[in-house]
Design a protein around this ligand. Structure first.
Ligand code: ATP
Ligand code: MG
Length: 325
């Protein structure tokens, strides 16, 4: 009996032949136990709509929720979660213009807001693009300080977070617990501390300004090491997280990598740690390297329709207004 064996290298070698002769666009070729997994682009891509994906999501959120549904896995259509509790506390999102960074961030913000009360989670949203992708979130009750679109305000807010982190450490020490999750189990509902999410879109845009770069590197460096225990999670997005806009130390702190289509192999190596993200299809096609997962996971980010977004934010505003104070 003879077995036909196929190797990753053989498939990679014939990549251009598959495209030119057979019209097959090979996106990724990966070795898995007993298998060579080959991902090929479909001729027509389907848009995944957020409400359809969320129908299969049953978060347990009695005490708030930190596990966010960010995509559907290519492999088996199961949901992919980002969790500052079981993955790294902080996340870097990278992708060239139009790759779907802001849509991914909208998924994250909506996920937080729909599975947490304002007492359970707060969001600091910083957007150098003057909030253009986030108008619909104006007035979202979870937003702390509205949509922050000025550098001095961002620095001020990040400094306040640093103060809050240090304050929380004192509370942890006084209560003899090592993290906010254990602390909140001890505390009554009114005493519990909210989880803080810092969402910074187009981060690199402002890092060109030395004053911003220096203060943010310093603050984020200090937040980075101690923030998980204090219940603070950073989610930063950039088109190209090169060394000139994102110092090594800063990049190292952002342990989870959500990489959308990037402009070349070099950027993929910086963002994902290996080549491959330059072959993604754009529009929310994702390669995720999450701390705690051994492999890169490929997936598709759901699309957030602006009508749906508006309706959800309106419903959350009304719920907050009618909640007993
Ligand atoms: N998950 C998705 N599913 C379907 N289409 C998407 C998805 N994500 C993005 N798109 C499409 O791509 C467009 C650009 O997406 P988005 O604004 O998120 O890109 P970006 O990476 O933030 O770009 P920029 O760097 O210019 O801000 C969207 O308006 C939408 O049409
Ligand atoms: Mg954007």
């Amino acid at each position: 009996m003879s077995f036909l064996t196929i190797r990753v290298e053989q498939v990679l070698k014939r990549r251009s032949e598959f495209l030119t002769t057979h019209g097959l666009n090979v996106i990724s070729v990966r070795a898995e136990p007993g298998t060579v997994a080959i991902a090929i682009a479909r001729p027509n891509r389907r848009v995944l709509h957020l409400p359809d994906v969320w129908k299969k999501w049953n978060p347990i959120c009695t005490h708030g929720n930190h596990d966010l549904l960010i995509a559907v896995r290519e492999e088996d259509s199961s949901p992919l979660f980002l969790s500052p509790k079981s993955n790294a506390p902080h996340t870097l999102i990278a992708g060239s213009t139009g790759s779907g960074k802001s849509v991914l961030m909208q998924n994250i913000i909506l996920g937080i807001a729909c599975t947490n009360t304002t007492a359970q989670a707060k969001i600091v949203l910083i957007d150098p693009k003057l909030g253009v992708d986030y108008f619909a979130f104006e007035g979202l009750p979870h937003l702390q300080g509205g949509i922050i679109d000025a550098q001095d305000n961002a620095i001020h807010t990040l400094n306040e977070l640093l103060g809050e982190m240090n304050r929380r450490y004192t509370v942890l020490k006084d209560n003899k617990v090592s993290n906010i999750f254990d602390l909140n189990k001890k505390f009554t509902a009114t005493e519990r501390l909210p989880f803080l999410w810092v969402i910074h879109d187009e981060f690199a845009e402002w890092m060109m300004t030395p004053e911003y770069s220096d203060s943010v590197s310093d603050i984020v460096g200090r937040l980075g090491v101690k923030a998980r225990a204090a219940g603070i999670s950073l989610v930063f997005a950039a088109q190209r997280p090169d060394a000139n806009v994102m110092p090594m130390q800063l990049r190292a702190n952002l342990g989870n990598r959500l990489v959308l289509r990037v402009d070349g192999e070099g950027t993929s190596e910086i963002a994902l740690g290996e080549k491959g993200a330059e072959r993604l299809l754009g529009k929310g096609h994702l390669a995720a390297k999450l701390e705690g997962a051994s492999e890169i996971i490929f997936g598709q980010v759901p699309f957030v329709d602006s009508d749906f977004l508006g309706q959800v934010v309106e419903a959350l505003k009304q719920a907050a207004n009618s909640a007993p104070s």
